[in-house]
Design a binder for this molecule. Structure first.
Ligand SMILES: [Zn+2]
Length: 180
């Protein structure tokens, strides 16, 4: 089993939503850590990378008893444990909070709802950093899972935003570092 450690940096190209008055259409992508600083939770990051992996590498993922490559790597419900471990990403430098108020548009009726002003808190102008550990058995290493995993991380373009609002656009950098 080979252990690979990465340092990942997520640079915010546009403000990232931390909390929102709207509950159903925005993924709660970020939370405030116990020290009051914003974080991108490990579970959020893992979920995005996993779905990128399935999409990019055409995994034939099934709901039950799945043994696809994504389930081998990220774990599955049938007792398969994860081979990849993310940590919460923390801001590397100064960051700014802001409160934005926008008009919510009903996605189904395509109409502006009455009393539909809502606000959300965003963070901007920073880079979130953290580590990822990947444990690769030799069979997965032979299937280029390392390279495929890196592609799935680099493929992240947005976190918790919505394209129409132009929020949550990110740029991701990943580099292999020495493990501790
Ligand atoms: Zn699967």
């Amino acid at each position: 089993m080979k252990k690979i450690t990465y340092r990942v940096e997520i640079y915010l190209k546009s403000p990232l939503i931390i909390s929102s008055g709207e509950t159903n259409s925005i993924i709660r992508s970020m939370i405030i850590g116990i020290d009051g600083k914003p974080i991108i939770p490990a579970t959020t990051l893992k979920g995005i990378v996993r779905s990128n992996y399935v999409y990019l590498h055409h995994c034939q993922h099934k709901i039950f008893n799945c043994n696809c490559e994504a389930c081998m790597l990220f774990g599955s419900q049938n007792n398969r444990s994860s081979l990849v471990f993310f940590e919460d990403l923390k801001p590397s430098k100064e960051y700014y909070f802001s409160i934005r108020t926008q008009t919510a548009i009903d996605r189904f009726r395509r109409a502006i709802r009455l009393n539909s002003l809502f606000s959300h808190k965003t963070v901007e102008n920073t880079t979130f950093c953290g580590k990822i550990n990947l444990y690769l058995p030799s069979d997965l290493e032979k299937q280029n899972v390392k390279e495929k995993f890196e592609q799935a991380v680099k493929f992240i373009e947005m976190i918790g935003g919505s394209k129409s609002r132009g929020l949550g656009h990110v740029e991701v950098f990943i580099e292999e570092v020495e493990g501790r």
